[in-house]
Write a protein that binds this ligand. Structure first.
Ligand SMILES: [Ca+2]
Ligand SMILES: [Ca+2]
Ligand SMILES: [Ca+2]
Length: 503
């Protein structure tokens, strides 16, 4: 499917569409102009992790109750401190790089002028950081950091995990309410599967249009914080014929329900990574010609109401003289349900690591029906696979006659760097002697040579030296077309190669 190429400024319109309240028209934003200034100086950084709000804007924290802070991502933080009405001070939302850009004239020349400065004081110039794909306004990110552990899920993998189905009200502020039945993997289970660390405190979900939403792991008193673990309160079904004008009751799952009736959900309402709605796969999100995100698939984060209410009238409707007029204090959960989610960042990032290039897991991930989980996760546990290098995950599965599919064990042989600056890692996979009686660490079934070309190309060469078929997998975060590949090496086709090109 062809899509309009993503531009950073777009996120603003999407946020407004989802979140905006009455103050919509007063909100002003010039992100589009600023991102164009940056792209003019660094055209090759378009589509990288630097091509988004966080380049100049920081996240922030506010003290919610004594000694307890809530962290927000740059989008939510801007909304919290600057406000929809623009009454706050925009400089409160920018990081040191954003401040320097602002103070030097806020144009393309300003971007050039501050190149040799070290705005965030981490010892690397802005120019060096940008060249390395590191944030020049975040002292916690620098060219010495390694990409955080990550795990990529395909639709087939998510489909194979235990599913949860829940019927709920999606209450919006403005764009129309609806009841629907969603099915998918509970977020809590997904994060466990990804190997979430005990040090994790929350997640940030990103959509390829630049939208991001923070969720704490545990229940939070703040009504705007929708938690991941545990359940949400039971709700009642609320129908009124008047509400048909702003709430869609047409879903099959609404049939035979009566108003005031308790909605029974087996195992309770949960925060969910939804794959299906009303039993059918979600409609994939697309960016329309007028820069709006349409559709919600392949995956949508669903969070139920923390404080159940009936569907209320749209905030922008002139007709508020109705049974359930718009009520700002009611729970508008739909705004926190990220549509077309492709990235889940588990916070905080482990020491010494940095963000993946989040926009690479963008529209191509929507097309490939993938989602990446990265950050505070265990980087050694990947369904039996291995990290052959800090950014490269490989796995081999041998189809044995006696034991069916078994995960092969990786044995690294060594690594070296050529005089010209290319790097090579070699080793082999073998069947574990615990699994089959012919298995031995000295009996290679698949030789591997990984070549990191200094031009940015990486290829993984698998050489089949066995009888059974062997499925080979690799994941590399900098792939342009495909970040993950799978093939099968056989007696007839002994050589398999996976190639990735760093942008
Ligand atoms: Ca710096
Ligand atoms: Ca930095
Ligand atoms: Ca509503």
């Amino acid at each position: 499917m062809k899509r309009k190429f993503f531009r950073t400024g777009v996120f603003v319109f999407v946020i407004l569409g989802i979140f905006s309240g009455a103050a919509f028209s007063a909100y002003h934003h010039e992100g589009e102009k600023d991102s164009a200034n940056f792209s003019q100086v660094y055209p090759d950084k378009a589509g990288t992790k630097l091509d988004q709000c966080a380049l100049c804007h920081s996240g922030g924290k506010y003290e919610k109750s004594e000694g307890k802070f809530t962290s927000l991502g740059s989008c939510q933080w801007c909304h919290y401190s600057y406000g929809y009405d623009g009454k706050g001070n925009i400089l409160d939302t920018v990081n040191p790089y954003g401040k320097a850009y602002h103070d030097n004239g806020r144009n393309a020349d300003a971007v050039r002028k501050i190149e040799d400065a070290d705005s965030d004081g981490d010892g690397f110039t802005n120019k060096a950081e940008i060249a390395a794909g590191r944030f020049p306004g975040d002292a916690g990110d620098d060219p010495n950091k390694k990409t955080a552990p990550f795990r990529v899920y395909t639709k087939a993998q998510l489909d194979a995990m235990p599913q949860h189905t829940e019927f709920l009200l999606m209450n919006t502020s403005k764009s129309g309410d609806f009841y629907a039945e969603y099915t998918g993997v509970p977020m809590e289970d997904l994060l466990k599967d990804a190997g979430i660390l005990n040090s994790a405190t929350g997640i940030k979900v990103f959509a390829p249009d630049g939208w991001s939403q923070y969720h704490p792991l545990e229940t939070d008193a703040d009504p705007a914080m929708y938690h991941i673990n545990g359940t949400y309160p039971q709700a009642d079904y609320q129908y009124d014929s008047q509400a048909e004008t702003w709430c869609d009751y047409s879903a099959a799952s609404c049939k035979n329900r009566n108003t005031g009736e308790t909605i029974a959900v087996q195992n309770g309402l949960k925060s969910l990574l939804a794959i299906k709605r009303e039993g059918g796969y979600l409609t994939p999100g697309i960016l329309t010609a007028d820069n709006k995100l349409d559709g919600e698939g392949p995956y949508r984060v669903i969070v139920p109401q923390k404080s159940p209410s009936p569907p209320d009238q749209a905030s922008n409707s002139e007709n508020q003289n109705v049974k359930w007029p718009y009520n700002e204090t009611w729970d508008h959960n739909a705004g926190a349900c990220t549509r077309t989610a492709t990235i889940i960042k588990v916070e905080p990032l482990p020491e010494g690591t940095t963000d993946i290039d989040i926009l690479e897991a963008g529209w191509n991930y929507v097309d490939q029906e993938k989602i990446i989980v990265y950050g505070a996760i265990d980087d050694t546990r990947r369904d039996g696979g291995y990290l052959a290098d800090s950014d490269l995950w490989i796995r081999a599965v041998i189809h044995t006659e006696e034991k069916g599919d078994i995960d092969a064990v990786w044995k690294k042989g060594g690594s070296d760097t050529t005089e010209a600056g290319d790097r090579v890692i070699w080793g082999h996979f073998y069947a574990s002697p615990d699994a089959v009686n012919w298995g031995s660490s000295q009996n290679p079934d698949l030789f591997v040579k990984i070549w990191f070309d200094r031009s940015g190309r990486t290829d993984i060469n698998f050489f089949h030296v066995s009888v059974p078929n062997i499925d080979v997998y690799s994941v590399y975060p900098y792939g342009t077309e495909t970040a993950a590949q799978k093939s099968t090496a056989t007696l007839e086709n002994r050589y398999v190669r996976h190639e990735y090109q760093k942008k």
